[in-house]
Each structure stands twice: as structure tokens, then as C-alpha cells.
Design a binder for this molecule. Structure first.
Ligand code: MN
Length: 266
């Protein structure tokens, strides 16, 4: 088993090192990851600046990787098209410092990298660890759980491009209850901004670090994670709304110039 490991917290992040140690039990792991933190980069890619690459080695820990001055998705593209000596069998992204559940999946660079892996028709898995309210996160413990889940997924022979999102609850909060396969929560988060004034009198804002999801839908990744379940969500990147597709394909599309005289609903 050849595994490409990446993340969005950067190649020096403790979460990536912990997951590297665990994944090495499943096969050969090579790392191509951002040189600096790229959290919330989503699926962005770099097109107007060069993607500098530097090799990072730690022989004592059997760690070989490449740091890319780019986004998580850039790392996966470069890894597969240029850097790696082999085509991976699996792409793993993480383990992220912080859960990636609900609509945050769409902002996540961790998930963005996994989606990029799926574009290459590889089974791809995003792994995230919920952070404790205080105290240090248990990246080794979280990575051990994530790797067990990955091992279970692999025994089911995932098809090319199959995409999974794994979240591990904050381990300091108590015992893990088990694993639940749940859909992504789609309820909105409440975010806040800290309004400040700079020394030149200009207004600026910081987005607050804590988002709350006051009304999460039951039986979703957000609620199961809060109840101390490991969550696994099968994802897809095809955003087509298939329910609307058939209906809309029956629509008549008027391209004549009478469009301004047509009665529109008010
Ligand atoms: Mn991150």
C-alpha cells in the first residue's frame, strides 16, 4: 500500500507527524504538504505564483516529505504529477487540528486536498480531530483512531475516487462511543467579527475563532461528534442538484428579445 499524506496545517504540524507514524503501519507513506498553514483554503489552487518545493527528511522517524509553498490542492496535484516516485493507492489528508464537519467541510483545506485526490480517481480520506476547549490535543490518540477507520474502509475495497470524511471527537472529553456513519450537517453557523481600528484610524475586522452551530440537524456529523462518536461521512464533489435536473430539462428557454415584456413573478 502506497499512501500520499498531505494536510492543510503544514508539513511541520504535529497532527501530520502523528498520522504519519500511524499510517506507516499500513504501508509506505510519502508526504507532500504545504510549507505553511493553509487552513480554510478550501479547494483553492495557486496560479499566479511559483510553487517552490523543498525536501523535508527526518530519518529517525522514517519521514520523507516535500514542503510546497502552495495550497493543499496544489500539493496533491504536484505530488501525483511531478514529485512522487510512484502513483499512490490512497490519499490521506490530516490529521487536522480541528473538526471538519457540517458546512465547514466546504471551507476545509483538509477536505479540499482529499477531493483533489478523488479527482485523480484515488480513494481519498480526510481526517480531522476536534480540539479540546483547553489543554493540548491528543494527536497520537486521534491518529490511531483515524488509522483504524482507514483500515476498515480499505478492507471494503473503496472504488477509484471514493471520498470519505472522518472526524474524531475531542478525546479529553471522555470515552469514544464508537463509529457512526452520518450525513453532513447543513445548518448555518453563527460567526462573529471583532471590529477594531488601526493606528491610522482605519477600520478592520478579525473573524472570531469560535463558530457555533446553534441548531444542528439531528443525526448528522455535527451532532454525532458532539455526542462523542467518531463520524464517517461519504462525500461527493458533484454539486449537481439531480432532483432539479429532470424538471429543468423540461423548461423552455426563450432567447428572443421579448424577455423584458415577459411577466415575471413579483
Ligand atoms: Mn487545518
Amino acid at each position: 500500500m502506497r499512501i500520499l499524506l498531505t494536510n492543510d496545517d503544514g508539513i511541520y504540524a504535529p497532527g501530520l507527524r502523528a498520522l504519519h507514524a500511524e499510517l506507516s503501519k499500513l504501508g509506505e507513506v510519502l508526504v507532500v504538504a504545504p510549507a505553511t498553514e493553509q487552513s480554510a483554503a478550501g479547494h483553492s489552487v495557486t496560479i499566479y505564483s511559483p510553487l517552490l518545493v523543498q525536501e523535508v527528511r527526518d530519518p529517525a522517524k522514517n519521514f520523507q516529505g516535500w514542503a510546497v509553498e502552495g495550497r493543499p490542492a496544489d500539493c496533491v496535484k504536484l505530488a501525483i504529477r511531478q514529485i512522487l516516485p510512484w502513483k499512490p493507492d490512497l490519499v490521506v489528508s490530516g490529521i487536522n487540528a480541528g473538526s471538519n464537519a457540517g458546512i465547514n467541510v466546504l471551507y476545509s483545506g483538509t477536505v479540499g486536498a482529499a477531493i483533489e485526490g478523488a479527482f485523480f480517481h484515488l480513494p481519498s480520506i480526510a481526517c480531522s480531530l476536534e480540539m479540546p476547549a483547553s489543554g493540548p490535543p491528543d494527536f497520537p490518540g486521534g491518529s490511531a483512531f483515524a488509522t483504524k477507520i482507514i483500515r476498515e474502509i480499505l478492507t471494503k475495497n473503496p472504488s477509484p475516487g471514493e471520498l470519505f470524511n472522518i472526524n474524531i471527537p475531542d478525546l479529553s472529553r471522555g470515552q469514544i462511543k464508537g463509529v457512526r456513519v452520518v450525513p453532513q450537517n447543513t445548518a448555518s453557523y453563527v460567526e462573529w467579527f471583532d471590529k477594531r481600528v488601526d493606528p491610522r484610524g482605519r477600520v478592520y475586522y478579525w473573524i472570531g475563532p469560535d463558530f457555533t452551530c446553534p441548531d444542528p440537524h439531528p443525526d448528522t456529523d455535527v451532532t454525532a461528534l458532539a455526542e462523542q462518536w467518531i463520524t464517517v461521512t461519504p462525500l461527493q464533489f458533484n454539486l449537481t442538484r439531480f432532483q432539479a435536473l429532470q424538471i429543468m430539462q423540461e423548461w423552455k428557454w426563450d432567447l428572443t428579445d421579448d424577455r423584458f415584456t415577459k411577466e415575471l413573478p413579483t
